[in-house]
Design a binder for this molecule. Structure first.
Ligand code: GAF
Length: 378
């Protein structure tokens, strides 16, 4: 373990595992709806090697400058949160295969943690992908995606949907993925938006109610479905509910549950509409839908925060921004902005100044380029 992180150490394989953005379709994945994500050019790089022991594993995070060791026979959630993502993946792999032996890996990331571009899925999927290669486990890509998702449920406690892990593993450069989270059927849609580009503004806040509130949103949606099912037993999730059907339950559902369900039901329509717009190069329609999504996430689903709302409102004064919204689980992280390439720098600078003046927090910004999924570098 002593030389785990030195340049001279020999590694067997190198894996890149990316973070993701999502054009539209937020909080729809666990409601069996549609999403439109892609991996981006921000990633975690892993170097793996077998260490010749039967069960000892050592990992090193260059970002946290921390080591963590464990035994393959004693895998369980612990106090070290970042390691739990890894341990959850090991647990999932061991349910599928008995071929794991002792290994070491180091990881180095340029994904800003807590920015809503899913460094956690990149971590889970990179570990699953790397160990699959290292030990020739024969796991399919979908199996790795599912193992990553279950690690988050069982070892971290977030009952997430499948979008982040799917995007991290399955993405294709220059495309977004229209994913049906019910059937897992998907379509690669080219994202040709020149002269516009995708700019992320990172609030650099991460309000810590995120995990508990996320699980509460999911439970509320399921509660709404349970009520609707009494009249419509064929409804299995909010995916199956139309706006007209939901309207029938306006009195019966409490106002908060009704609002949550209403956002999800409308978002399904917006995603499909946005895909058509993208295919027909109607970027103004795509942008308008993104603003509507933000409104729904902020007022009905209540997963935004003052910092995100401020940045989205700020963008509305700029004609060069055709769409903006909060992205990911919410309560902090980034806004995604579709902006004319000639104006991106000036807009980011103005947003940064206004944001600092309002919140006394430094805004960071970066361009996001749709990229390929988890891959073997060597
Ligand atoms: C988080 C979750 F991990 C995803 O599954 C998804 O629900 C997203 O929030 C909201 O769309 O990133």
């Amino acid at each position: 373990m002593s030389n785990l992180n030195t340049e001279s150490t020999k590694y067997d394989i190198i894996v890149d595992s990316p973070g993701r953005i999502n054009i539209i379709g937020e909080h729809t994945d666990y409601n069996n709806g549609f999403v439109l994500p892609t991996a981006i050019d921000k990633k975690i790089q892993f170097k793996f090697r077998k260490n010749g022991t039967p069960t000892t594993c050592n990992i090193h995070s260059a970002n946290f400058n921390t080591n963590f060791s464990f035994d393959l026979n004693e895998v369980a959630p612990g106090d070290e949160q970042w390691a739990n993502y890894v341990l959850g993946v090991i647990d999932g792999i061991q349910k599928e295969s008995d071929k794991l032996e002792g290994f070491d890996f180091v990881l180095d990331s340029n994904i800003p943690v807590g920015s809503g571009i899913s460094s956690s899925a990149a971590l889970e999927c990179g570990v699953a992908f790397g160990l699959n290669e290292l030990f020739d486990l024969g796991l399919s890509k979908i199996k790795m995606v599912e193992i990553g998702q279950m690690a988050e449920h069982n070892y971290v406690g977030t009952k997430c949907g499948i979008m982040d892990q799917f995007a991290s593993v399955m993405s294709k450069e220059g495309h977004v993925i229209l994913l049906d989270c019910q059937s897992l059927e998907y379509e690669y849609v080219p994202i040709q938006i020149k002269p516009y580009k995708i700019l992320l503004l990172n609030t650099n806040v991460s309000h810590n109610l995120a995990d508990g509130e996320y699980n509460k949103r999911r439970a509320m949606c399921e509660g709404g479905v349970a009520v609707i099912q009494k009249k419509y037993p064929e409804v299995k999730s909010l995916r199956d509910v139309t706006p007209e059907m939901l309207e029938e339950f306006k009195e019966e559902l409490d106002a908060v549950t009704y609002n949550r369900c209403s956002y999800v039901v409308d978002e399904k329509v917006r995603v499909l509409n946005t895909v058509e717009a993208l295919k027909n190069n109607q970027l103004d329609v795509m942008g308008a839908n993104m603003y509507e999504t933000h409104e729904g996430l902020s007022k009905l689903y209540e997963v935004s925060c003052p910092e995100l709302d401020f940045l989205v409102d700020f963008s509305k004064d700029y004609d060069e921004v055709i769409g903006a919204r909060m992205m990911g689980g919410g309560f902090g992280g980034c806004t995604i902005n579709i902006i004319h390439e000639d104006k991106a720098e000036a807009f980011a600078k103005a947003a940064s100044e206004a944001y600092f003046e309002k919140f006394n927090i430094k805004l960071t910004s970066f361009e996001a380029n749709p990229s390929g999924g988890t891959s073997l570098v060597k």
